[in-house]
Write a protein that binds this ligand. Structure first.
Ligand SMILES: Nc1ncnc2c1ncn2[C@@H]1O[C@H](COP(=O)(O)OP(=O)(O)O)[C@@H](O)[C@H]1O
Ligand SMILES: [Mg+2]
Length: 222
């Protein structure tokens, strides 16, 4: 369970998020919806410890983020969190495989064979065959599948996706949603920020955010 209690975020002395209480479960497909500027990306930065709350508590299972030092918080994030972005944030000068394993080379002086094998397996699973090709030679749909592989490598327990389907055609969007749902079914914490109806209709739980405040929640009882 992710539980936020009375969490407030200020940026440039402006209150960006003001969240009384939110509980989101592992093992389901969570969606955070809301208009542009509502604070959705800021919410992802907050729950992944990239941004400190002015006040309040962010508890992941039994880990309270506010109790971690900056170093421990980075370590926790590297181990536990995988990110997927609308614009991929892939490194243009590297190959598909290098992009997937790059993040691990910051924490280990040498990427382990296991991580490399896992990266290759993930890319293959997502239909990326020419893994040594430069990232610029892949289509947008392929790039998002490569960033999915990057997010899942190292087996993080938390998958956070910021508008992961916004720049994709319908077929590729559906593929990304299916993969996120599958990760949830495996018991992981999965949260996608989106206003894409394709994503929202697949959600088990949707939280609507407007001007930094939760408007309402809906749970798919089906
Ligand atoms: N670094 C920052 N400094 C000041 N204001 C920011 C910063 N980042 C975002 N904001 C503001 O916070 C609000 C929420 O932004 P964001 O979380 O990116 O919204 P969303 O992802 O829902 O579009 C916006 O009004 C934005 O201008
Ligand atoms: Mg955003």
């Amino acid at each position: 369970m992710l539980k936020l209690t009375d969490a407030k975020v200020e940026l440039d002395k402006q209150l960006i998020l003001s969240l009384d209480e939110i509980e989101l479960a592992y093992g389901q497909f969570n969606v955070l919806a809301g208009p542009s500027g509502a604070g959705k990306s800021t919410f992802l930065h907050l729950i992944s410890g990239q941004l400190k709350a002015k006040q309040g508590c962010i508890h992941w299972k039994d880990q309270a983020l506010e109790q971690l030092s900056d170093n421990d918080c980075s370590r926790w994030r590297n181990q536990e969190v995988g990110f997927i972005f609308q614009d991929f944030y892939l490194i243009p000068s590297l190959s598909a495989l290098e992009n997937v394993i790059l993040q691990h080379s910051f924490s280990n002086w040498r990427t382990s064979t296991t991580l490399k094998q896992q990266a290759i397996a993930l890319l293959k699973q997502f239909g990326i065959t020419n893994i040594n090709k430069n990232i610029n030679q892949f289509s947008r749909g392929e790039k998002q599948r490569i960033s999915l592989a990057r997010a899942l490598s190292g087996n993080p327990s938390i998958i956070l996706a910021d508008e992961p389907t916004a720049s994709l055609d319908k077929e590729n969007a559906k593929f990304v949603i299916e993969q996120l749902k599958e990760q949830a079914q495996r018991g992981k914490f999965v949260l996608a920020v989106s206003h894409d109806p394709l994503v929202i209709e697949q959600a088990d739980q949707t939280v609507y955010l407007e001007r930094g405040v939760i408007q309402h929640e809906s749970t798919d009882a089906a």
